[in-house]
Design a protein around this ligand. Structure first.
Ligand code: GLN
Length: 305
């Protein structure tokens, strides 16, 4: 056992009192049933080591973490044309905000807020005959796990209650920045958010971003080194919505969160760290998860800064 195992065991004990402090997402009814007591963490290194603690093997709804996969696919497919339809600046606003979109005439700030992700989904539909099947193939390849799938119940649950996303998609359409029908874009978007993966799956799936675009286990190139650098930069500046500054200050790594309570953080050249704790803070980021990642970079004295 190397030091990482000891460290994550210590962290799991330390964050336990925080598990009750966050609030499980209730606006997606299927997520509101998840116990806030769940906690998992996994570290996958580019050398092939894996360290886990708690519920690291249990699947959960990855929600907005899926935005990294769709972005990687679309950047690879259409390159810089993406930036004609979506920006790449921090939003400083909640992930589902409508206000900025009006000020900025229907061009979302970045691909990791919901409005920007809906643009990426629109492009996925234009570029792929079967976008969901292609996304699944991509994620399974990244994680090296053919069992990964969508959670139909979560997707349906969000479809029934996703009025804000419907508003965002309609708003984009009104500005001429959505090509496909609103219903179709939302259907694909809710399915991509419903991807069900464990901490271990996510740590493995993101390893290409810690290794210049190539999966260190299989040697398969997932994207070029330039794209990997750019995706990490976008995660650093936009991955935690209006808490990117806080996350950079406390954790110091590129990261991406989701309202299912997962956060993935990348230490380029070294490892991927994933944490899952369903209780969220007011910005929609895992409360204990942020603390766990902060403790990891504190105890290991490592970050990109
Ligand atoms: N599916 C969620 C939504 O669109 C994803 C948001 C998130 O994880 N931040 O509201």
């Amino acid at each position: 056992m190397t030091a990482y195992q000891d460290i994550i065991e210590k962290i799991a004990l330390e964050v336990k009192p925080l598990l009750q402090e966050g609030k499980v997402a209730t606006y997606i009814p299927a997520l509101s049933r998840i116990s806030p007591e769940k906690f998992g963490m996994s570290v996958a290194t580019v050398k092939g080591e894996l360290f886990t603690i708690g519920d690291a093997d249990e699947k959960f709804s990855i929600q907005s973490i899926s935005k990294v996969f769709t972005l990687a696919m679309i950047m690879d497919r259409i390159g810089d044309a993406l930036w004609e339809r979506v920006g790449r600046e921090a939003s400083g606003n909640p992930f589902n905000s409508l206000i900025q979109l009006e000020y900025e005439n229907g061009k979302p700030r970045n691909p990791f807020i919901n409005a920007g992700a809906l643009i990426v989904t629109d492009l996925m539909i234009l570029e792929n005959k079967d976008p969901l099947q292609d996304l699944l193939g991509f994620v399974r390849k990244c994680a090296n796990n053919p069992e990964i799938g969508f959670d139909a119940e979560v997707a349906l649950s969000e479809k029934m209650t996703g009025h804000r996303n419907a508003a965002l998609a309609s708003f984009l359409k009104s500005y001429g920045n959505l090509v496909n029908e609103v219903e179709r874009v939302l259907d694909i978007y809710f399915h991509q958010c419903s991807l069900s993966m464990s901490c271990v799956d996510l740590s493995r799936a993101f390893l290409f971003l810690a290794n210049g675009g190539t999966d260190p286990r299989s040697g398969k190139m997932i994207c070029g080194p330039r794209q990997a650098k750019r995706i990490n930069a976008l995660m650093q500046t936009c991955g935690l919505y209006d808490e990117c500054g806080e996350f950079a200050y406390r954790v110091g790594l590129p990261g991406k969160s989701g309202v299912g309570g997962g956060i993935v953080a990348v230490m380029p050249g070294e490892l991927v760290l994933t944490v899952w704790s369903p209780g969220l803070n007011p910005s929609g980021n895992s409360l204990a998860g942020m603390k766990a990642l902060e403790l990891f970079t504190t105890y290991t004295a490592r970050s990109i800064f």
